[in-house]
Write a protein that binds this ligand. Structure first.
Ligand SMILES: [Zn+2]
Length: 778
């Protein structure tokens, strides 16, 4: 049997050490008894514990915080400790802060006063003012403040494994204006003044001296806080008593212990109703909150909270708060009813009253399905014109216009941010990764789950992360503005795409394209289960995802997380092959047709047809002989005989291949972007049908630059398309079609006359619709 098909032999041109499929080696730490090669905590895994008993008072007149805390520190580590490190995050807005000093900036031709202020003003008297540090018995301890960190020296070493010590610290600080560009972004919390009614809304975060993490892979994590790398903290139990003006409502981490002392009988009754309600129940109404805005209480109330097994504590406080709640049942949760709750000023209505608590509940349900059941008694969304997360509580943006209308950008932005910030309960509040080192460990994993939750909220939710095509712009950008995902939090150049969108997209591609949903979901849940209430590293994630799924992903982690390569697979050529059947009845007419076609193409033949009326043999029949009518491609009797003999020599299998009479296509592909990826190839046939084949990335294992592969079909192919659903983040789809097709582009024709740009500026579709309705034009 002679086939025209020739298998293309591809030779590995590179030495195996350079293969994109080599196992991760030096990139991973050596497994040990704390962290195993499977990605699970090892038999000697340990982590520190720290409990807090805090009393704090909020001064609404001077915008100050003053507090005392009793810290109980448990040394579970196998090492004696001679000092402890604490975080003083408020020092990020200290006048001498490195954040101010190391911020780079430039003056353009036009700079607003606000921008200039943001660059140069460090006059705010911010930062933790430490009053004292004492041991449990009241004996003063020596402490040294190192910018945003504080070392407390212990008179005797805290013994390994069973050591326990109490510290008492007194402190205060001035609360910053959260909306001041010089202060707001880095301090995460602060106050907002509402000039129309003269009231403040406080979000009190990163507010008490907090023990740093001491662990098996960092020792002390006391890297300075510059603003980007959030924080990492040990787990423990909290009792916090917060004293505020008596007309304030507090939203806080944990369960309220003294409802009868701080809430009215009506509020308590409404709260009880909310537990079994199927939609949010308003506990403090807008009318009640608006009434309170008019006066300022002189007396005070103390709200007491307890929170177990959390890594931090935050709260919001204002007399402006409207408050609603709804009970949520989470299958498998140790808490029978989780209270999804929202607190917001009237300025956030109608959006927050309508959607916030529902979004909280939705987030808990979807995330619990994909990770572990939500284990805490409350989950709170506070409207505070920014976005930041703490255990059980987060602060979110999303404020409508004064007339109550809002744009789709505000609506979906608000839903996205609530899902995102509530979602942070899972990463990093429960699966407690080190944010100061790896932003993507919480932001990326959380943005991925956010995408899942958004798509379960609404099929057409305009999600930012997750969809492969949305990361293309970043991944094809200049390499100078890109870092690998595995870059320290403070050194990331483009924070959003690098630490949020790219890892989220990378995980979604694993789920939809590389591993499939079933294997991915099982492995991802296993990672969350293994590391819930523990401190995972990226390597524990990488290892667990492989260990639980049975899919070798080393090539994927290396390409997507350790490099800035992108995906650009080019379909360079498609060559059609046909098998020589040896059947003279088929092959000879074909050959005859081909030679006639060739003659017809010939330029001299064509021009002579035009220019010569006749040729010599046409003019004179006598010049002709046998060969003027002989067709070398006409089947001869001997051909038939030879073919019968040939058929008799074939095995049944060989005969079947020949009789199938298929069309064969060789696809030549090249890897232009660097990342090896699965091939998703759609074949569109001439009869209008199509077929998609999915080929694992390992097709690139012998040559990661150029490969060829043959496909056979019973019907002719018209078009071949690579990655037809845009699921691989291919940065150049122009070379994904064979034959190539024109790149779609759209011209926008601006009509000069009668076109007034900005005629509808400042209004949103909702507002326009309402105005139209009012005008009766509808
Ligand atoms: Zn986040």
């Amino acid at each position: 049997m002679v086939l025209l098909l020739v298998a293309t032999l591809t030779y590995a041109q590179q030495n195996t050490d350079q293969s994109k499929f080599r196992q991760l080696g030096t990139e991973l730490p050596t497994p040990n008894t704390y962290r195993t090669a499977s990605g699970a905590p090892g038999e000697s895994y340990w982590q520190q514990r720290v409990d807090y008993d805090i009393k704090v008072e909020l001064d609404d007149e001077k915008q100050k915080i003053k507090g005392t805390e009793m810290i109980t520190y448990f040394n579970n580590s196998p090492h004696p400790l001679t000092y402890l490190w604490l975080q003083l995050d408020q020092n990020v807005v200290h006048p001498e802060s490195d954040t101010y000093k190391t911020a780079t900036n430039k003056l353009g031709e036009r700079v607003s006063a606000g921008q200039l202020n943001g660059m140069l003003d460090n006059s705010f008297d911010g930062g933790h003012k430490i009053e004292y540090v004492k041991d449990g018995t009241g004996k003063a301890l020596k402490f040294t403040i190192v910018k945003t960190m504080m070392r407390v020296d212990l008179p005797t070493p805290l013994i390994a494994k069973t050591g326990k010590i109490q510290l008492q610290i007194g402190w205060s600080y001035n609360i910053n204006d959260r909306q001041n560009p010089a202060l707001g972004a880095d301090s995460r919390g602060g106050y907002e003044l509402f000039p129309e009614d003269g009231n403040y809304l406080y979000t009190i975060t990163q507010w008490f001296p907090r023990l740093a993490v001491y662990d098996d892979y960092n020792g002390w994590q006391h890297k300075q806080f510059l603003g980007q790398g959030e924080f990492t903290l040990p787990f423990g139990n909290y009792t916090v008593a917060i004293t505020v003006p008596s007309d304030h409502i507090i939203a806080a981490t944990g369960a309220l212990q003294n409802a009868k002392e701080v809430l009215t009988a009506d509020q308590i009754k409404r709260f009880e109703e909310a537990k079994t309600a199927t939609k949010p129940v308003v506990i403090v109404t807008q009318a009640e909150a608006t009434e309170k805005e008019k006066t300022k209480a002189k007396d005070k109330k103390t709200w007491v909270y307890k929170a177990e097994n959390v890594r931090d504590f935050a709260f919001g406080s204002s007399r402006k708060f409207i408050w609603d709640a709804m009970g949520v049942k989470i299958e498998g949760s140790p808490v029978p009813t989780v209270m999804a709750m929202s607190y917001y000023p009237k300025e956030a209505n109608p959006l927050y009253g309508h959607l916030s608590t529902e979004a909280v509940a939705h987030t808990l349900r979807v995330y619990s399905k994909h990770t572990i059941p939500y284990p805490y008694p409350v989950a709170i969304s506070v409207e505070a014109s920014n976005g930041m997360e703490y255990p059980m509580i987060c602060f979110n943006y999303g404020r409508p216009e004064k007339d109550g209308t809002y744009s789709d950008r505000i609506k979906y932005g608000m839903l996205g941010v609530i899902i995102h910030e509530v979602g942070h309960n899972f990463f990093p509040m429960i699966v407690n990764s080190d944010e100061r080192q790896w932003t993507w460990m919480d932001e990326g994993l959380n943005s991925f789950c956010q995408f899942l939750a958004e798509q379960e909220w609404d099929r057409s939710f305009p999600s930012n992360g997750g969809q492969a095509r949305n990361i293309v712009g970043y991944m094809k950008a200049d390499k100078e503005v890109q870092n690998p995902i595995m870059t320290n939090s403070e050194s990331i150049i483009r924070f959003g795409p690098n630490a949020y969108t790219k890892p989220a997209t990378a995980l979604n591609i694993l789920r939809e394209t590389v591993m499939g949903r079933e294997l991915f979901d099982f492995a991802f849940r296993e990672y969350a289960r293994r590391w819930a209430f523990k401190h995972p590293t990226p390597y524990d994630l990488f290892r667990t995802m492989e260990d639980a799924s049975g899919v070798d992903l080393d090539w994927y982690w290396r390409g997507w997380f350790f490099t800035t390569d992108n995906v650009d697979i080019s379909l360079d050529a498609v060559t059609e092959f046909r098998m020589d059947t040896k059947n003279p009845e088929i092959e000879k007419p074909l050959a005859s047709k081909k030679s006639k076609e060739q003659l017809e193409r010939d330029v001299t033949f064509q021009n002579n047809k035009r220019d010569l009326a006749t040729t010599a043999v046409e003019r004179n029949e006598a010049l002709k002989d046998f060969y003027n009518s002989y067709d070398p491609n006409a089947p001869a009797p001997t051909d038939r005989e030879r073919y019968e003999k040939y058929l008799a020599s074939l095995s049944p299998k060989e005969k079947a291949i020949i009789e199938a009479n298929k069309s064969y296509y060789q696809l030549d592909l090249s890897n232009q972007g660097g990342l090896v990826m699965p091939l998703i190839i759609k074949f569109e046939f001439e009869d209008g049908t199509s077929e998609t084949q999915r080929i694992p990335a390992e097709i690139w294992r012998l040559n990661d630059k150029k490969i060829s592969k043959v496909f056979a079909f019973a019907k002719p192919v018209k078009q071949v398309i690579l990655d037809p659903q845009e699921e691989t983040a291919d940065v150049n789809t122009e070379n994904n079609y064979y034959p190539r097709r024109p790149i779609p582009s759209r011209f926008e024709v601006f009509k000069q006359e009668g076109f007034t740009r900005g005629a509808s500026m400042g209004s949103n579709p909702m507002q326009q619709a309402q105005q139209q309705k009012k005008a009766g034009s509808n």
